[in-house]
Design a protein around this ligand. Structure first.
Ligand code: URA
Length: 231
């Protein structure tokens, strides 16, 4: 299902367990069921075609867009920004509504898995505008790990890019992907986040891609992600 671009691997498992999948007309709720090209697979009664061509793009997500395919509250979604590509691509991981920057999108479940599974420990770097005094002590705490939602974060790489009297711009690199992690880490050391932007993920760099625009990844960028070894 992930290869066919129906959903990410994890979401596809849910779809199967929810009893929405039929193989040759029989309901199939067993994860890992093998099919061949002669089998007819459907989701919610619609036949699934395997799309063999894979697409990989990076989007510079603006604030105000949610990283889901559709939103119950009717807010704009990142899908609204990629209407000028004929394939249905899915967000790879998440960025919260108030965060801008690099968001990958693809119809390749393996790529999504490489990027999002915590075991691959891919670095994500954020530029963070904070109000508060960027004392070395607070920076050190962020680097060593802070408790958020009762669990300590893994060590982070933190650099002070710019430093004013009551505000600072930090670069924070983490490999976890906990919910609103950077905002919560900053809050834990007394910083208020005024703006947050993801500038790189898994070695892929946002660069000067304009806000709200997307571009295809090149072959080397795709290979660099798909070739990462299992840890
Ligand atoms: N950390 C956050 O707080 N928000 C994001 O969107 C990503 C990381």
């Amino acid at each position: 299902l992930a290869m066919a671009g129906v959903a990410s691997r994890r979401a596809a498992e849910e779809i199967i367990l929810d009893g929405r999948v039929c193989v040759n007309g029989e309901k199939c709720t067993t994860l890992g069921t093998k099919v061949t090209e002669n089998d007819i697979v459907s989701v919610d009664g619609e036949i699934v075609n395997i799309e063999t061509k894979k697409y990989y793009i990076m989007l510079n997500k603006p604030v105000g867009y949610v990283t889901t395919v559709s939103d119950e509250e009717g807010r704009p979604t990142v899908m609204d920004l990629v209407t000028d590509i004929s394939k249905r691509l899915y967000p790879v991981g998440r960025l919260d509504i108030n965060t801008e920057g690099l968001l990958l999108m693809s119809n390749d479940g393996d790529f999504t898995y490489k990027i999002t599974h915590p075991k691959h420990k891919l670095d994500k770097t954020y530029e963070v505008w904070v109000s508060g005094n960027a004392q070395p002590n607070a920076i050190k705490k962020l680097e060593q790990g802070v408790y958020i939602d009762g669990k300590k974060t893994y060590p982070a790489k933190v650099d002070v890019i710019d430093h004013m009297q009551k505000s600072a711009v930090l670069s924070i690199t983490i490999h976890e992907g906990r919910n609103r992690q950077v905002r919560k880490m900053c809050a834990a050391v007394g910083f208020k986040v005024m703006a947050l932007k993801r500038v790189s993920e898994g070695g892929l760099i946002l660069g000067n891609l304009p806000l709200g625009k997307w571009r295809h990844l090149n072959d080397n960028e795709v290979k660099a992600i798909l070739g990462k070894s299992e840890k």
